[in-house]
Design a protein around this ligand. Structure first.
Ligand SMILES: [Zn+2]
Ligand SMILES: [Zn+2]
Length: 120
């Protein structure tokens, strides 16, 4: 399983897992206590996707990330503490001044490089 496949599958594998239990086991890297699957196998070897899973558990009830170009931009433009992206007219921008609503439109995801729309 590759990272992008893992991201796409998160909503299938982890939509109803126990948030607290999984957080505890994943952070402690207790892979043997989680049900065996190719997704859990990937987690055991990929710290980036561990981060994505923890973020997914945070927004799984409020954001459908499949509607956006990748999980990262969906997460970082959502209403979360780590929010650093703004989304308008389908374009994503890095927030440079929150109060004045200023930002710089980005053409690809800073985390995975997927192309993002830059025109309306
Ligand atoms: Zn990965
Ligand atoms: Zn991305």
């Amino acid at each position: 399983m590759k990272c992008r496949q893992f991201e796409d599958a998160m909503s299938t594998y982890f939509c109803s897992v126990d948030d607290k239990e999984w957080r505890t086991l994943v952070i402690a890297e207790k892979w043997e206590r989680l049900p065996t699957s190719d997704a859990v196998e990937h987690l055991a070897t990929c710290p980036d996707c561990v981060t994505s899973l923890l973020q997914y558990l945070e927004i799984r009830n409020t954001v459908d990330y499949h509607l956006e170009p990748c999980f990262h931009v969906a997460y970082y433009s959502a209403d979360v503490v780590d929010r650093c992206l703004d989304k308008s007219h389908g374009m994503y921008s890095i927030i440079t001044n929150r109060d004045r609503g200023e930002g710089i439109v980005i053409g690809c995801c800073p985390w995975c490089g997927v192309k993002l729309p830059t025109g309306i």
